[in-house]
Design a protein around this ligand. Structure first.
Ligand code: G3H
Length: 491
């Protein structure tokens, strides 16, 4: 049990004696009332006052770009981040276990999340070293000798998602920090406790006020932070609705930079020329890994009517082979869901589809117990159903039959989302004819593979309501800085 009572603000651990939020793991235990979530700890419910004081600490540490941190050399900032990373690695065991207990991610995937985060930090450091080397010289053009610098932007409000509570928080926090910005960081609603062991590492690796961590209810503390006008960059991996509301509440929205990873409804298109076996293999992990709770998950599958029966049979067989269980079990693919009202929502999507003529195609599809939800393959899905439009963010695979590929392109054109798409086809001409129309709708077209964010050096973004700004190693450095010029007139 971790009963956390401290939060990092202005370079010190402040003790909290106010109300706390109790954290229940999605991992259930058997009680006389049935399966119940297990209490694993608690954290402070800070108020808008503590949040405002922490924001002021970040503002003071930035000091209009004249603070110790934004004026430090790149090499010194890198040194601090390396120090922090070393301390973080020492905490690996506890952080991995907390990821597993807080969000129900398998032990193997929780470990991957940790390792990937460390790799991301080192890749960011390397990328910045290269950039720094490139920008240390002068370009002489038309009698002007100019040095291009990358300068920080100010105070960054950083909020990561529950599904990658460590990794996706750090894919924004670390580049923002290393570029000389100061940080106010609010951990996600699920996946909060795991940040506790890192507070001391932040405190001991960076100057006072450079990183501040605030805990509490987002809707009680975040709007006030935005309304203060003191935030220069909002970075959020979450819903586009929340991002829009927060942006609008900033009094000088034209001066706010937003780096956002938002909703997605990634589609797979399985053409008559697909290798069905390969498509099924990719779609299974693409739509159901971490129970479908990935922004890059495949959330709708379009299959050509001529191969639909065979595809569905193979897909349902493959779902039946997935191991369902506790996150620490070896080879487990499906685990309990952290969001308490999620099962109700998923059941609602399924009922809506059934009422509109679809069926559940796999045995036990949609069954639930405690926080476990057995994946459902739903077919035929059509435009009357929620599953056609909504990002279910859970273990349901909606399958839509099509006769003409043009229908799939139209779907993507009309969609409010624009993150990624996967095409499954072994016909090169067919693939070529799809790439151009699709690459103008989404930010990544995958051929014969599932949608995914990595490898992390590739740009990660989305069109329409799916993103703002670009992440990944080098792009993240760019996203959290501005190119400025020092120009000397040569006489
Ligand atoms: O949840 C959104 C993540 O960006 C997905 O990342 O494709 O590596 O699982 P991933």
């Amino acid at each position: 049990l971790i009963h956390q009572r401290e939060y990092l603000s202005n370079g010190e651990m402040k003790t909290w004696d106010g109300p706390v939020h109790e954290v229940y793991s999605p991992v259930c235990i058997k009680t006389e009332n049935g399966l119940e979530r297990k209490l694993i700890g608690s954290y402070p419910i800070c108020t808008a006052d503590e949040a405002a004081a922490s924001l002021d600490a970040a503002v003071a540490a930035y000091n209009n770009g004249r603070g110790e941190w934004p004026t430090m050399s790149v090499a010194e900032r890198i040194h601090c981040v390396e120090q922090f990373t070393g301390k973080m690695i020492e905490q690996k065991d506890i952080i991995v276990k907390l990821i597993m207990w807080e969000i129900g991610k398998s032990f193997a995937d929780s470990t991957k999340e940790f390792d990937r985060t460390v790799e991301y930090i080192y890749a960011t450091i390397d990328s910045l070293k290269n950039l720094d080397r490139d920008s240390s010289g002068f370009d002489i053009v038309d009698g002007i000798a100019a040095q291009v610098r990358r300068s920080p932007l100010g105070v960054v409000l950083c909020m990561g998602p529950f599904n990658y509570p460590l990794n996706e928080t750090f894919t924004t926090l670390i580049p923002a920090l290393i570029m000389g910005n100061t940080i106010l960081f609010k951990p996600p609603k699920f996946g909060t406790l795991l940040h506790y062991p890192l507070q001391e590492a932040f405190m001991n690796s960076f100057p006072k006020g450079v990183v501040n961590v605030i805990y509490g209810r987002g809707n009680a503390i975040v709007p006030g932070l935005m309304q203060s006008g003191k935030i220069n960059v909002l970075t959020l991996i979450g819903s586009s609705k929340v991002a829009n509301e927060l942006k609008k509440s900033h009094p000088k929205v034209n001066r706010l930079r937003a780096v956002l990873g938002l909703d997605a409804k990634n589609a797979a298109i399985v053409t008559p020329h697909a290798d069905i076996n390969l498509a099924v293999k990719e779609i299974i992990t693409g739509s159901l890994s971490f129970n479908g709770q990935r922004c890059t998950a495949l959330k709708i599958v379009w299959v050509h009517r001529s191969i639909a029966d065979q595809f569905l049979k193979e897909l349902c067989d493959a779902v039946g082979e997935l191991k369902f269980g506790m996150p620490w079990e070896k080879g487990v693919a499906l685990t309990p869901l952290p969001e308490t009202n999620k099962i109700e929502y998923l059941n609602g999507c399924i009922s809506d589809a059934l009422e509109n003529g679809a069926q559940i195609m796999n045995e036990n599809g949609g069954a639930s117990e405690g926080s476990f939800f057995y994946p459902a393959v739903v077919y035929p899905v059509n435009d009357k159903m929620k599953l056609y439009y909504e990002e279910q963010f859970g273990p349901i695979v909606p399958v839509v039959p099509f006769d003409d590929l043009e229908e799939t392109i139209e779907y993507l054109i009309e969609s409010t989302h624009g993150q990624q798409v996967s095409i499954f086809s072994n016909n090169a001409d067919e693939v070529a004819s799809l790439i151009d129309p699709l690459v103008n709708q989404v930010s990544r077209v995958n051929v014969n593979s599932q949608c995914q964010r990595g490898p992390d050096v590739f740009p990660f973004t989305g069109r329409k309501d799916s993103a703002e700004g670009t992440l990944s190693v080098a792009d993240a450095i760019r996203s959290f800085s501005i190119r400025s010029l020092v120009a000397f007139k040569m006489n």
